[in-house]
Ligand binder design. Structure first.
Ligand code: SF4
Length: 228
């Protein structure tokens, strides 16, 4: 499996924000968000081949029972099913962070599903090949539903501007049966000042709609730094 990095940090986002966790970041993504915050797994993929045994050994070295499988898109990593099964067998709590455009027979404790809204699509000027490919792939309602039906989940939307809520509401309507407490709205950005500005109006939207506001605690703690 191609691994970009394995590190021990604090989960910065979502229902488990604040929980010390080991992050296993796979390299490779089937999307190309123009604002991607981990471009060394997507636009310029970098990583080393590691066996499942090597990954498990590395994870065990931190002595931490929460593991977050992230990317890139971990669901396209070859062997991801085996890795999740091995982690669960060893009694780790497994979170999978995914855009939910690909399903494989994985096991997990929490699916952190982040459907990509239209603002994520790169312009044709940025990349003429990836622009239409990303737009075609970015939302897969059946696959999102498959994750939701397979276990505990959170729907985490990256919000760039207030108009994005129309897309969020339309998608939730298509998904049906979504608890508002499982919907998280997170400001887009990797700079604290930018996140703070968006947080002011996003928190009001969360109050109005009953959705959770999702901070990015790791940016507060460490800035936008690899390995955190
Ligand atoms: S889905 Fe995630 S890893 Fe892939 S391009 Fe978008 S932000 Fe980057």
């Amino acid at each position: 499996m191609l691994i970009n990095e394995i590190f021990h940090s604090i989960q910065g986002e979502g229902k488990l924000a604040g929980v010390p966790s080991v992050f296993v970041r796979t390299t490779g993504c089937n999307l190309r968000c123009h604002w991607c915050d981990s471009p060394t797994t997507s636009w310029s993929p970098q990583g080393d081949e590691m066996s499942i045994e090597q990954i498990l050994e590395n994870v065990a070295s931190f002595g931490c029972k929460h593991v977050v499988l992230t990317g890139g898109e971990p669901m396209i990593a070859i062997g991801v099913e085996l890795l999740t099964a091995a982690l669960r067998q060893l009694s780790y709590h497994v979170t999978i962070e995914t855009a939910a455009t690909v399903w494989k027979d994985v096991v997990f404790d929490l699916a952190s599903i982040s459907p990509k809204l239209s603002h994520s699509t790169p312009s044709k000027d940025l990349d003429a090949a990836w622009s239409p490919r990303h737009e075609l792939r970015r939302i897969d309602v059946d696959t999102i539903r498959q994750f939701m039906d397979a276990g505990d989940y959170q729907l985490k939307f990256v919000i760039d501007k207030q108009d994005d809520l129309e897309e969020v509401q339309a998608l939730i309507q298509r998904l049906g049966q979504v608890r508002s407490s499982d919907v998280l709205l997170m400001p887009q950005g990797v700079i604290k000042k930018e996140l703070d500005e968006k947080a002011t109006w996003l928190a009001k939207i969360c109050k109005n709609l009953g959705y959770r506001f999702c901070p990015r605690i790791h940016i507060d703690l460490y800035g936008h730094t690899p390995g955190t």
